[in-house]
Design a protein around this ligand. Sequence first.
Ligand SMILES: Nc1ncnc2c1ncn2[C@@H]1O[C@H](COP(=O)(O)OP(=O)(O)OP(=O)(O)O)[C@@H](O)[C@H]1O
Length: 284
Amino acid sequence: MNNGQPNSLDVSKQAAGEVVVSIKDVNFSYAPGERQILSGLNMEFRRGQVVAVMGGSGCGKTTILRLIGGQYTAESGQVLFEGQDISKMSGAELMAARRRMGMLFQFGALFTDLSVFENVAFPLREHTNLSEELLHSLVLMKLNAVGLRGARDLMPSQISGGMARRVALARAIALDPPLIMYDEPFAGLDPISLGITARLIRDLNNALGATSLLVTHDVEETFAIADYVYFIANGRIGAEGTPEELSRSTDPFVRQFLDAAPDGPVPFHYPGKTLEEDFGVRSL
Ligand SMILES: Nc1ncnc2c1ncn2[C@@H]1O[C@H](COP(=O)(O)OP(=O)(O)OP(=O)(O)O)[C@@H](O)[C@H]1O
């Protein structure tokens, strides 16, 4: 798939809007001398697209979100947001950039002591000086977009997990961010809520003209809504393409994911000592 040759994937990339996030030759480990998490990683996220980042557990998907959010800095290479190198931003520039990134973290936790309305209002109160009247209208618009305008006065304990995820979605888009990052947005959802959430991510992205970056394990739902998919393996891109291209792929790495096969190029074991070393036995 990713053999360095120009192919049809480049065409689908060119057809999309301008690049919003660009990751160029990024190397990263959490501490000097520790295991390399990302090595020579290259990715692009374009305006108007829903792009999925998939791969085995611990392959570095969340780490990519952290680098884009500026929580961590690449050892080498560049992470550009709207053309600006995140590692070179001043504190104020980074704060401004983060306001332009909506984030929905794993399980999209809501503030349990705030109502649905106040949860969505939170980023607006934090980052803007809007009048109470305008803020009210904006929150209702966001709640309307996720179908929960009528639930505005409920507390998080009074709504289902699927509804809570939609409130978290409304909160993530409260400031109309050009980039929305989702970390496992489908985790723990029942099949119906999962389908609704996936559709919402697509529809909200279209309505906002935004870029959505989706870290997920759910192949079926993701392939139904994504424009482009990156599979990460060994700290770099193992495969990439549109859902259609990847579905047709015979690449063993891609097939392992799509067919949910336990055996394949992706190892089951986290790298470490051998069994023999840990148990003090000699291999037979
Ligand atoms: N703060 C940290 N300090 C040190 N190592 C970390 C830290 N965060 C993550 N790691 C390690 O970095 C690797 C990549 O983690 P990351 O969370 O990016 O993976 P992931 O692909 O999102 O995994 P999953 O799908 O299981 O959520 C893992 O091996 C993890 O143990």
